[in-house]
Write a protein that binds this ligand. Structure first.
Ligand SMILES: Nc1ncnc2c1ncn2[C@@H]1O[C@H](COP(=O)(O)OP(=O)(O)OP(=O)(O)O)[C@@H](O)[C@H]1O
Length: 321
């Protein structure tokens, strides 16, 4: 269990984390989301005592990280996978870490196997790919068999097999009753992995809710409708909604509409009353990504400007392809 109360971090004039309070509960995966610069890494660093809060407190299992006698057994951390002595082998790196807590070499071998590093365990870490470095960071986090895990972007640089492996690993750690705090910018991955999410924006908590509640609460009901009399149905729905509502009707193709702010049942009933035939009526489930983008639209610190020059826009598009 992680408990943050009024946690604040100021770097000079910059307030990176601004009075955040939350708890991360055992037995589930809690996703930690937010645009670049939102304060996620700073919060994680404060949780594990690498940064001192300007104000407020944060505890892990009831104590501040630095007050735990054997922190590796309490909290496993992956913060910066590159922060490893590159001249050492993975095996020696983990052995050195294990020695600080009298963790037996058998456990070192165990985590090497668990993270799929067996074949490269005696190679220099300096030659590791980003993905192998991530696996080593995860191995280090698991070394002390901790009750709480904090993983900052653990799938960064992993191939699809690795991404799936991390997903299964964190799900199984949570199923064992552990507390897992996980940050990632990959929304589709987060949607599959997290039970609960905490969203930060400009140093504040924007949302703290079960994933499903967050998605359904943030996004309006949306329905795709196809009908040979689509325009007529759209007009009727707008009239029924009345002025001043957030209902929107967007034509998306010939005889096709996206209706935002009506349930499929209500659209179907309205069509039946008017005798308008429907060829399709599909509720569209909002994604975590859409809900997240809606929520954080005003809290993005680094925004990509729309490109006004068409030639430049095309060049950028081609580069991105
Ligand atoms: N050591 C530091 N000195 C000054 N400013 C800092 C320092 N560390 C972080 N910041 C600033 O604090 C804010 C929060 O940064 P932080 O790295 O915690 O965000 P983040 O949510 O982890 O972002 P990202 O998704 O890019 O990793 C940013 O504006 C950042 O520039």
């Amino acid at each position: 269990m992680i408990n943050a109360t009024n946690l604040t971090k100021q770097y000079g004039a910059k307030t990176a984390v601004n009075g955040v309070s939350f708890s991360v509960k055992p037995g589930m995966v809690t996703g930690f989301l937010g645009p670049n610069g939102a304060g996620k890494s700073t919060t994680m660093r404060m949780i594990v005592g690498l940064d001192r809060p300007t104000a407020g407190t944060v505890t892990v299992n009831g104590k501040r990280y630095q007050d735990h006698a054997a922190p590796l057994h309490e909290v496993g951390v992956l913060l910066d996978a590159k922060a490893v002595h590159t001249g050492r082998s993975a095996y020696n790196h983990l052995r050195a870490l294990a020695a600080t807590h009298r963790i037996p070499v058998s456990r070192v071998r165990e985590v090497i196997e668990l993270t799929g590093l067996g074949a490269v365990a005696h190679k220099r870490v300096g030659g590791f790919s980003l993905g192998m470095g991530q696996r080593l960071g995860i191995a280090a986090a698991l070394l002390g068999d901790p009750q709480t895990l904090i993983l900052d972007e653990p799938v960064n640089g992993l191939d699809p097999e690795g991404v799936r492996w991390v997903r299964q690993l964190v799900r199984s750690l949570a199923a064992q009753g552990r507390t897992v705090l996980l940050s990632s910018h990959l929304m589709s991955e987060m949607a599959q992995t997290a039970d609960h999410i905490i969203v930060l924006g400009k140093g504040r908590v924007l949302a703290d809710a079960p994933v499903q509640d967050f998605i359904s609460g943030a996004a309006a009901e949306t329905v795709r409708v196809r009908s040979p009399r689509a325009a007529e149905l759209g007009d009727a729905l707008l009239r029924a909604a009345g002025a001043g509502t957030s209902t929107r009707i967007e034509p998306t193709g010939e005889n096709e509409l996206r209706v935002i702010g009506f349930s499929a049942a209500n659209v179907g009933n309205a069509a039946a009353e008017l005798g308008i035939p429907l060829h399709e009526l599909t509720p569209i489930r909002a994604s975590l990504e859409e809900a997240y983008m809606d929520l954080t639209a005003n809290d993005v610190e680094y925004r990509t400007a729309a490109i006004a020059d068409p030639a430049l826009a095309q060049a950028v598009q081609e580069t991105n392809r």
